[in-house]
Design a protein around this ligand. Structure first.
Ligand SMILES: Cc1cc2nc3c(=O)[nH]c(=O)nc-3n(C[C@H](O)[C@H](O)[C@H](O)COP(=O)(O)O)c2cc1C
Length: 174
């Protein structure tokens, strides 16, 4: 049973369109699960194996605890320079040694101008760190800014349907 969804925004921009999508998704989840927003990934220090010991930085401890306590992790992110946003890759690097994402269902929404390459690269990273991925819960939304309003309404039918379907699959725990 899915009780808690942890939402991570791959964009650190104040009026991020990925933030608008998260807002929309929070509403679509409704009372089916608690929707917890991760602190900005910009709070995490640059990953270094030298810092990744038994006493890691407090922001890392908190981030790992939030992931562990969630039943589903939702990542909503743009693509930068045909790849994964650096801050998001940094956040995921902090989860590698602790295996925090291992076996955890992850829904990936890439909401970007194009997004194809970043989406594919992120799926590779998530696969290697053993996140539980399903084709129905990976959603790529090109021209994303034009398909969501700043108050969190998805105005594009195919995008809305893909997200609704992903949530139905995830929240049913099928
Ligand atoms: C440094 C930078 C590089 C970008 N590179 C890409 C790219 O390669 N592909 C793409 O689809 N969008 C790219 N974009 C555009 C973003 O997709 C777009 O700005 C998106 O709205 C950012 O998400 P946000 O609104 O949540 O911050 C880039 C934007 C920035 C700032």
């Amino acid at each position: 049973m899915v009780r808690t969804v942890l939402a991570i925004n791959g964009s650190t921009r104040a009026s991020s369109s990925n933030g608008h999508y998260l807002h929309a998704i929070e509403r679509l989840v409704g009372d089916r699960a608690a929707f917890v927003r991760s602190p900005s990934i910009s709070d995490l220090p640059h990953f270094s194996p030298d810092l990744d010991h038994e006493d890691p930085p407090a922001s890392v401890v908190h981030f790992r605890q939030l992931v562990l306590a969630s039943d589903v992790v939702l990542i909503c992110t743009p693509e930068y320079a045909m790849g994964v946003v650096g801050s998001l890759k940094n956040a995921l690097d902090w989860l590698v040694s602790s295996s925090t994402l291992s076996g955890k269902p992850v829904m990936l929404v890439t909401a970007s101008l194009n997004g194809e390459k970043g989406h594919a690269a992120l799926l590779e990273t998530l696969t290697v760190i053993e996140a539980l991925l399903r084709p129905e819960t990976n959603v790529l939304i090109p021209f994303a800014k034009t398909k969501v309003t700043s108050d969190g309404v998805i105005t594009d039918d195919p995008a809305l349907q893909a997200i609704q379907n992903a949530l139905d699959v995830l929240l049913a725990g099928r």
